[in-house]
Design a protein around this ligand. Structure first.
Ligand SMILES: Cc1cc2nc3c(=O)[nH]c(=O)nc-3n(C[C@H](O)[C@H](O)[C@H](O)COP(=O)(O)O)c2cc1C
Length: 398
């Protein structure tokens, strides 16, 4: 008999009781053709719930059309609510709960704006990701645009709860727009939205307040934040602990503690393999393919994989706040769950281990499996753009 795992016990977040503390971390699924939830997306999350996770997170719900980094992402809107409701019902039928990651890409986009203008961000910055699509620079947001953004998060949260989601996750990490506000080297504003940490927090906190107003007192708000941006001029752990404390005071119910900038240091948040060949193979644009082939090895930095690779930084936040925290990054099996629980993390969030083994929780609980077979090759990152996120070990050519 294997001993019971503490993290496989229930936890309450406001009006939501999760059957356990294992969260499927958001991984862009690549299952929203034309920006709409597909049967594959529903089945993907149904399978994760059947596999035992307490909460599964649907990735990338853009809060407005200009919040997409590329065209196939969902914009949370009334037309999608039928499909999203089918998804949440499928998850509930398996005893799981569902949240949706709400986000905006800011400058990090390949898409031109609907009004023909440049992507909006806290400040004008270079957008390497969009340079070959003709949008090499962002434009600083006006105060009115910031208020519109806040309203867009509130509206998307309201729609998500109406579609049956049990929680909303606000993406404040990985270099998306709310993270761009927090990063000193990116947010170079001189008004009340930039400069001091207090000012850089103003937009994220305004979003939290508006979302709380929209979802009411019963629905938990989760925020995914960076412990370290992993780049020069980035947000680092001292300020990250202050961000966590500010979000605790603002009534956020759970923090997922991540790091890295998808537009600049994408493998900081993953660690392990750097599947450049696969990324080149799935890139649809010829110039982007060429750029990746020529400059990828130089600019896409590698980071070695380690189990629980953000633990030391996350412990700094653990000491600074009392609110529930989820450790993410290299959590792959029973031993990690035991260490995370002993460290005082109420939850863990797992991404690649659950892509490889969606039934990991059920099998660990039964004592059939000690850890996921994921070896952090990261080829799932390329596969998400080639038919939907899945583990390469399940491919015929595995
Ligand atoms: C294929 C793939 C797609 C991802 N997409 C997202 C995303 O849309 N939003 C997000 O916050 N994190 C995303 N991530 C990061 C994960 O949520 C997680 O933070 C990271 O993979 C580290 O956890 P792990 O070691 O358990 O995989 C993605 C990761 C992978 C592998």
């Amino acid at each position: 008999m294997t001993p019971p795992m503490h993290l496989v016990t229930p936890i309450r977040l406001r009006g939501l009781e999760l059957r356990n503390r294992v969260i499927k971390s958001a991984t862009f699924e690549g299952m929203t053709p034309g920006g709409a939830p597909s049967k594959a997306l529903i089945d993907h999350h149904r399978q994760l719930a059947a596999g035992g996770v307490g909460l599964t997170t649907v990735a990338y719900g853009a809060v407005e059309p200009d919040g997409r980094s590329f065209a196939e992402q969902m914009v949370v809107s009334p037309e999608l609510c039928g499909g999203l409701r089918a998804l949440t019902e499928a998850v509930h039928a398996e005893g799981g709960a569902a949240s949706i990651q709400l986000t905006h890409c800011g400058f990090f986009t390949k898409l031109g704006r609907a009004d023909g203008g440049r992507p909006r961000a806290p400040s004008r910055v270079f957008n390497a990701y969009g340079a070959l699509s003709g949008i090499p620079f962002s434009q600083a947001m006006t105060e009115a645009e910031i208020m519109t953004l806040v309203g867009a998060f509130a509206r998307a949260s309201d729609l998500a709860v109406g579609a049956g989601f049990d929680a909303v996750e606000l993406h404040m990490g990985h270099g998306y727009l709310l993270s761009q506000f927090l990063t000193p080297g990116i947010n170079r504003r001189r008004d009340r939205w930039g400069g001091s940490l207090e000012n850089r927090l103003r937009a994220p906190l305004a979003v939290v307040a508006a979302v709380r107003e929209a979802v009411g007192e019963d629905v938990p708000i989760i925020a995914k934040i960076n412990l370290s941006d992993g780049l020069r001029g980035g947000l680092e752990i001292d300020e990250a602990t202050q961000v966590a404390a500010a979000l605790e005071r603002a009534g956020v119910d759970l923090l997922v503690l991540s790091g890295g900038y998808t537009s600049k240091t994408p493998f900081f948040l993953l660690r392990g393999g750097r599947p450049l060949r696969d990324m080149i193979a799935v890139e649809k644009s010829r110039p982007q393919r060429l750029a990746l082939r020529l400059f990828g090895p130089l600019y896409v930095r590698r980071y070695d994989f380690q189990e629980m690779f953000l633990r030391d930084l996350a412990l700094r936040v653990r000491r600074a706040v009392t609110m529930p925290l989820a450790l993410v990054g290299g959590v792959v099996g029973r031993e990690n769950l035991a260490v995370a629980a002993a460290d005082g993390f109420e939850c863990v969030a797992m991404a690649r281990a659950l892509i490889a083994d969606p039934d990991l929780v059920v099998r660990m609980t039964r004592g059939e499996l000690e850890r996921s077979r994921c070896d952090a090759c990261n080829r799932c990152v390329a596969l998400m753009d080639a038919g939907g996120v899945r583990c390469v070990l399940d491919e015929p050519t595995g």
